[in-house]
Design a protein around this ligand. Sequence first.
Ligand code: GLA
Length: 481
Amino acid sequence: MVRRDGAAFFTASKLGALGVLAFPSSLKQSIVIFRTGSGRGLSENTPPSHQTRTGFRFAKAVDFRTFRGAVLPGGGTPLPAPKPTLMSSLDPATSLPDLVADAAAGLKNVFGVEATVTAAAPGRVNLIGEHIDYCDGFVLPFAIDRYIVMAATLNGTGEARIATALGGEPAVLPLNIPQPVTTPKWANYLRGVIQGFQDRGHHLPGFDAYIISSVPGGAGLSSSAALECCIATLLEGLVDTVLDTKEKALLCQKAEHDYALVPCGIMDQFASAFGKTNRLVLIDCQTGEPELVPFENPDLTVLIANTMVHHELSDGGYAARRKNTEDGLAATGKKSWRDATMADVETVWEQTGDPVNRRSRHVVGEIARTKTAAEALAKNDYEALGPLMAASHDSLRDDFEVSCKELDLMVEIARAIGRNGGVIGARMTGGGFGGSTVTLCESGKAEAIAATLSQQYEAATGIKPQIFASRPSQGAHLVQH
Ligand code: GLA
């Protein structure tokens, strides 16, 4: 649930809705379901099926105090609970201004200081182009309107002291020394980015900071990339510099490689750094150049369905897939997957053997599908995305083997709703092994589709999914004070 062994923060949904808190390493694999404003964990009411199916350990009643749905470290005065909203299957996002206000209030509550620099960075969802960013492929993600926000101010010391909305002791990071990989694990993302700034010769001033998030953790929506891009943007503000956006994204990717030990591609950090309102981020991963593609048709809605099933990329599955693709490419004798064809894969099919040959088939097929999808989008031919998304999911399930039964189920439910029910296309999104699906649908039918996804998924699994609509949103940025 806590992706890549690390930070995952959650800001709760409105009164009456259920929220999920993902804890950092100390409580790794624990999860608390709570009702905003109740101040008590609901684990007693949690069906046992949740526990067994997800592998999560549900905490006993947890003593915490709500703070617009998040948790106040060390106590503090909770803000008034938001007004109840009409029941909907769609989980509402806490607005960015609310997150910013909550981060400032958290900073004041923990450290007694006012925020002078605030940064925000979004998670991402990928429409198509999965597991090919490290194969010179094309990917088509966008920044979602769920953010990690850090509010900070200089503290006159040589240390960064960083608290989170999850509570617990603030992490204390001595600056301007080589950053170690250590505990708390969630802070390794921060250490990696701090190291990146040091490597570029920046002398970092001490600061106090408070982190709050509305990006679901462990859901395949890149909460870790959001955290990296958020601290990088915050540091830009604190040292009064502006990195080239591509350099910033690559610095964050390196932090992920070196400090979270996940050999990820460039998609997540590029989407979080380059995201723009109403634009998809089409990335040519061979040249490393992003292109912003308009996506503003109000008749289209992107539904994200978090299966609530554990997503952890640092446990080896991701690295193993990446290695498979390297072996597959070597067998074809090509320099880049961009030069390889399906005929090349078939020629060496026996030689590469299973599963490398199937991994290779996925890579070549997915690169072609993503190119076709981008061409279709350029012509506003959204219908063409349906079969491409379906083929992408099937390939990830059968050939790349990064799906799971819960993701397959969510996609099957969307498929059964079908085009007449308003569904254009559906597939798993992100690294896989759990996480979320993405469903492209007609806006007028999105609520009904979300309700069906939610009801049928919960009926079959006993797990309540988190479903929300998202539109392409602004990437990492400093918030004006
Ligand atoms: C994770 C990685 C990305 C990408 C996706 C799969 O999100 O961080 O670089 O490889 O998986 O498409």
